[in-house]
Ligand binder design. Structure first.
Ligand code: BUP
Length: 441
């Protein structure tokens, strides 16, 4: 009878070795007796694609087994990974000490400095920080007020609270505490390497270098060594992709490249607005679409996300060889190479710093739609407009920037400055030389 019907809740852990026996037992229980309710606690995010697949397989095979989602403390898989690293930080010392040949310098990510720098100091090893965002936010991080209210950056500008990375506004969060600790610890680094170049962020770099940022403290040497370039020179490697084949057929500077980075999930509502905006702009476009934070979770069909009409219109028009030309892809693209393609005339971007530097290097104007994190600070360093909301606004801005000769000229100039910076004798080239000689001291 109903009242006595048992309800069993399973709480499996992570790892296929733990999950498989759970799934098998759940299946066997479900087959054995219809008169037992079964729930399975599903910790999100799952660790691997295999785990996600097997969870789905179980729930598909046994629809009556309830799925109880249990978002782990932080839903963001990147933060989960960062936490795990942080908790294992004590193992880094032995790792450095045991390496052969002897380690003379370590270069750490900025999110780990408060752990790694003291360890390196203790071992008598130089410690540098490779800072992956812009120099401007590097300064914000050093400011006394990081995490509360607006941040005044002596010599650069005041950054309103609304533009600071959102997680940093909550001082109770481990991430925020850690961020502040990291910021303080940076002073003890032997050098700060920043993926930027002097012509792109002159004010921020000057202020970082002349010790204005943390009054009374000598700030470590700042090496602006960007824009960093791809690991392999890919003269012809990417020419085989369908995306490049499509770009090859478009007129010079006619395509709006649209992408919001690899870790921003764009909501369906926003996707509809972007689609409407691109269509209304009348411009050709190449849209790299991500609907989830982690690519392997992205199982959504383009038609479901975009609505059938949108893709149909796109295909019809192209079939007839007229009207608007556009391409939407969910594949990982070689963005750095695509931005250099002659057909690309504008980048509608989330303004993640890597993307900003790639656009700068390619001399492509960037229309910024900052989504979170450091984005709202990043776009100040660049031509970006303010963030946009509706399809109408997107269409308007896209048309405006695509037809703005001054913007294009400025972007071209930035591209030239970027090339000069990394060429022999350029500012970034010389910074790299100085950095290397500091290693040999
Ligand atoms: Br998506 C995608 N191909 O398909 P950002 C991204 N990238 O090469 P982040 C590809 O990933 P947040 C793709 O060129 C850039 O180098 C892209 O870094 C490359 O933003 C990188 O732009 C993305 O700094 O988001 O890290 O995705 O800024 O929010 O951390």
């Amino acid at each position: 009878g109903g009242a006595s019907r048992p309800h069993v809740m399973f709480i499996p852990s992570a790892g296929m070795g733990h999950l498989l026996p759970f799934f098998r037992f759940i299946a066997s229980l479900a087959r054995h007796d219809d008169d037992v309710d079964i729930s399975v606690v599903t910790v999100l995010p799952t660790v691997s694609a295999a785990e996600a697949d097997h969870f789905s397989g179980l729930f598909a095979a046994f629809p009556r087994v309830r799925r109880v989602d249990f978002p782990s403390h932080d839903r963001d898989p990147f933060i989960v990974r960062w936490e795990a690293l942080r908790r294992s930080a004590h193992l880094i010392g032995p790792l450095i000490a045991g390496a052969a040949p002897r380690v003379s310098a370590v270069i750490t990510d900025v999110t780990l400095t408060s752990h790694v720098i003291p360890i390196a100091k203790k071992l008598g090893v130089q410690c540098h920080v490779l800072f992956i965002s812009c120099a401007t936010i590097k300064k914000a991080e050093q400011g006394p007020g990081a995490g509360v209210g607006a941040v005044d950056i002596p010599g650069v500008r005041r950054i309103p609270e609304s533009c600071l990375p959102q997680p940093l506004l909550d001082l109770n969060k481990q991430f925020t505490k850690q961020f502040i600790d990291n910021g303080r610890e940076n002073i003890n680094a032997d050098g700060i390497l920043v993926n930027t170049f002097d012509a792109l962020e002159p004010a921020a770099l000057a202020a970082l270098r002349d010790g204005k940022v943390v009054p009374g403290f000598p700030f470590p040497p700042v090496y602006a060594i960007g824009p960093l370039r791809s690991v392999v020179d890919k003269e012809d490697s990417s020419s085989s992709s369908p995306v490049v084949a499509w770009l090859d057929k478009q007129p010079a500077r006619s395509v709006v490249y649209v992408a919001f980075g690899n870790r921003s999930a764009v909501s369906h509502a926003h996707i509809r607005e972007i689609a409407a905006g691109l269509e209304a702009s009348g411009c050709r476009f190449l849209w790299v679409l991500k609907t989830t934070k982690v690519d392997r979770d992205d199982t959504a069909e383009l038609t479901d996300v975009l609505g059938e009409g949108f893709l149909e219109r796109l295909h019809q028009q192209q079939g007839q060889g007229q009207g608007q030309h556009g391409m939407v892809t969910k594949e990982w693209v070689d963005q750095e190479a695509l931005l250099k393609h002659a057909s690309v005339g504008l980048y509608l971007s989330h303004s993640g710093w890597n993307s900003v530097t790639e656009a700068a290097a390619a001399g492509v104007p960037l229309l910024a739609w900052p989504r979170g994190g450091d984005h709202r600070v990043n776009h100040w360093s660049w031509d970006g407009e303010d963030w946009l909301v509706t399809g109408e606004e997107i269409a308007e801005k896209v048309k405006e920037v695509m037809s703005d000769a001054a913007v294009r000229a400025r972007a071209t100039r930035t591209g030239e400055e970027a090339a000069m910076a990394v060429a022999e004798g350029g500012t970034s080239y010389r910074s790299m030389q100085q950095f290397v000689s500091s290693l040999k001291k």
